[in-house]
Design a binder for this molecule. Structure first.
Ligand SMILES: Nc1ncnc2c1ncn2[C@@H]1O[C@H](COP(=O)(O)OP(=O)(O)OP(=O)(O)O)[C@@H](O)[C@H]1O
Ligand SMILES: [Mg+2]
Length: 239
């Protein structure tokens, strides 16, 4: 009988795994049985989807808000802490620029927001900016640039960590501009950086390109200023 049910499930595109739960479910009525069966399947699919989205985001570690302190962060009036931790700004296609010195929690916050967004089934991609530029150059070299840009366009939140930590060459800067221009008003970007806008010229070379990037990024964006001492130093073995 189970085999026949399994076949029907597949035919109805309900997936063959529904049948696995038949023996596990306790119910008094047929209705309740069906309800529990469907519930278990939906939960299973949601969990699998979340795992996949989190894997696709390519975080190199998992950071959460559980142990995160906001006290040394200046949040602008344009956004609330609540909106940051619930990743609500993504719905509005707004950007966050996390600016501050080393070890003050920029990457941690970006990752925690990213993980929250994944939990809401949003497509997220975490990149160290230098790696993104390398991937762009590589894709262009191999004639895959359009495909690569198309993949990026399926993302709801692009995180560019360590923006400006390593200078790029001219081609890299132009390709990064293309990504930023593609994201403009279509999806959210989070940038973590310790480079003030006035110094962006040094990494993008071209003044016009730099202004064009800054202009697109800061329109619809919130700049969070990180302060305080480095958490790395505070928690180092030397203390
Ligand atoms: N506000 C915070 N609350 C809790 N832990 C924090 C906070 N800020 C930083 N940390 C911890 O300190 C370490 C350094 O933080 P993080 O890597 O986010 O710094 P960063 O600002 O990205 O530095 P860098 O500019 O060097 O990349 C991490 O282990 C992080 O989890
Ligand atoms: Mg960092």
């Amino acid at each position: 009988m189970k085999e026949a049910i399994s076949t029907y499930c597949r035919e109805l595109k309900l997936g063959g795994s529904l049948v696995e739960n038949i023996d596990k479910i306790k119910a008094v009525t047929h209705e309740e049985f069906l309800l529990r069966l469907f519930e278990a399947e939906v939960m299973k699919r949601k969990a699998a989807k979340k795992t996949k989205i989190l894997k696709n985001a390519k975080f190199d570690m998992i950071k959460t808000f559980a142990d995160y302190e906001f006290k040394d962060i200046q949040i602008p009036k344009s956004i609330s802490q609540e909106d940051i931790v619930t990743a609500g700004f993504i719905e509005r296609k707004e950007n966050l620029i996390l600016f501050g010195p080393v070890g003050t929690g920029k990457t941690h916050l970006a990752m925690a927001i990213g993980a929250e967004a994944c939990g809401q089934f949003k497509n997220v991609r975490f990149y160290r900016t230098a790696a993104l530029v390398n991937d762009l150059i590589e894709a262009k070299k191999n004639g895959n640039l359009n495909r690569f840009l198309k993949q990026l366009s399926a993302i709801d939140l692009l995180i560019c960590d360590e923006w400006g930590y390593i200078p790029f060459d001219r081609e890299g800067a132009q390709l990064l501009f293309q990504v930023v221009a593609d994201c403009y008003e279509r999806r959210s970007v989070i940038i973590t950086t310790n480079l003030e806008f006035g110094k962006w010229n040094a990494i993008f070379y071209d003044e016009r390109l730099t202004s064009a990037i800054i202009d697109r990024l800061i329109h619809h964006s919130h700049i969070l200023m990180f302060g305080g001492a480095s958490y790395r130093l505070k928690n180092s073995c030397m203390n």
